[in-house]
Ligand binder design. Structure first.
Ligand code: SF4
Length: 409
């Protein structure tokens, strides 16, 4: 069986508050997903020949296809086609954990919903918002992202390590990440302004690295700190106008992309609520442009009202995104990483607007549920991310000057 180890990590306060709510959860860890099983766990399960799980392991634990199997995805659990969950789920609880204990879980299930990132010997842990309880804790509490330190139990296989990036030292990488968090937490700027500044910063960093001047990263950070402090940003961004038509038309097709039937009835129902709000015909998943734009604009107005009491909602969503991955160092360039972040933000905003446009009584909990739905359905789907990025580029929105119209609302 895989071994656990203890690590000293930084983590946002909300992670320390997390406890799985088990059978009371409105979703399940494995809802709509096929769970991959690592090699060591797969072989251990195959050795179980007696007891309540033996028959299940024989029938529902499958070897991955292909000759070249990776150790982390050696096998998988069969899904219950009707329920859209793992065959080992029993009345909302995992029967493997019940009978064999947490240490016997495969790496995928042991780690979920936690995500631990290591960069130059420093560890930071967050939770994926595809878990409903994690989404509530991260998005709603004002102090959710105060950072603390703690010893945690984990496994090596549950830690993602960020490698050194284009010759930058880990110190420089850490400084860039710290500054990026700081931009997203700059309360005197609206969310769209924070994203605009982050875009300018990532654009400048991309040019700096392209010119082989990574050693100047510290100077770039200080330059941007000065610009923000002097209030020049608000002045410079003021003339930018919102372009609702572009926002709706760019990101709504991604909503349609998600209309592929899921096996989870809960996911399908949230998808339908979003589609209805945005004016989609739920049979064909078509919508005419004018209807879409007016539904989107109405939804955004309502969204502002619902979020009046929790102004940190989008900030927390974005910061969680930054903490989980080695932003802005997980793509070819910092700018590419930034565009991926902005794409996810744009889609989430369209989905939230759809939810609000379709239900005038929409509450904060409906918005949390929508973010959780997005995270479960799309965030872990690399194909979806690639399609979104391609759309953004094909529409000419991938340059920083054109992005402002997409960001402002
Ligand atoms: S999704 Fe989250 S709260 Fe629900 S069962 Fe899994 S870990 Fe627990």
């Amino acid at each position: 069986m895989p071994r656990t180890l203890t690590r000293r990590v930084s983590l946002p306060l909300y992670v320390t508050r997390f406890t799985c709510i088990g059978a009371a959860c409105e979703d399940t860890c494995c809802g709509g997903w096929t769970v991959e099983v690592d090699k060591a766990t797969f072989q251990a399960y195959r050795k179980v020949t007696t007891g309540p799980l033996a028959e299940g392991f024989r029938r529902h634990l499958q070897l991955a296809k292909g000759l070249k199997k990776a150790d982390h995805s050696w096998g998988r659990f069969e899904q219950d086609v009707d329920a859209g969950t793992c065959k080992f789920l029993d009345e909302g609880m995992c029967s493997i954990q019940n009978h064999m204990g947490e240490d016997a879980l495969c790496d995928t299930c042991y780690g979920y919903p936690r995500s631990t990132l290591e960069m130059g010997g420093e560890f930071i842990q967050s939770l994926t918002l595809s878990c409903p309880e994690a989404a509530r804790l991260a998005l709603l509490a004002e102090d959710a992202f105060e950072l603390v330190e703690a010893d945690i139990q984990t496994r090596n296989a549950c830690i993602a390590s960020a490698s050194s990036y284009q010759g930058l030292s880990y110190q420089h990488m850490g400084d860039v990440r710290f500054f990026s968090f700081g931009i997203l937490r700059t309360k005197q700027l609206a969310i769209w302004q924070r994203l605009a500044v982050l875009g300018l910063f990532c654009d400048s960093l991309t040019r700096l690295l392209g010119a082989g001047e990574g050693a100047q990263t510290g100077a770039l950070v200080r330059q941007f700190e000065g610009v923000i402090e002097r209030g020049k940003v608000i002045e410079a961004l003021e003339p930018m106008t919102a372009n609702y038509a572009s926002q709706a038309c760019l990101f709504a097709p991604m909503v349609r992309m998600g209309s592929r039937q899921s096996r989870s009835e809960r996911q399908n129902s949230i998808q339908r609520a979003i589609g209805t709000g945005l004016g989609f015909d739920l049979q064909t998943w078509d919508v005419d442009e004018q209807t879409l734009i007016s539904c989107y604009a109405r939804g955004l107005d309502r969204l502002k009202e619902v979020l009046a009491d929790i102004p940190h909602f989008f900030e927390h969503y974005l910061i969680n995104d930054l903490v989980r991955d080695p932003f802005p160092f997980s793509s070819n360039t910092p700018m590419e990483d930034y565009l991926q972040l902005v794409s996810r933000y744009g889609i989430v905003r369209v989905m939230l607007a759809g939810r609000c446009a379709g239900d005038e009584n929409a509450k904060v909990n409906d918005l949390v549920e929508t973010i959780q739905f997005f995270s479960r359905r799309f965030q872990h789907d690399p194909q979806f991310a690639a399609q979104v990025y391609a759309s953004l580029q094909s529409l000419g929105a991938a340059s920083i000057d054109k992005l402002y119209g997409f960001l402002r609302n």
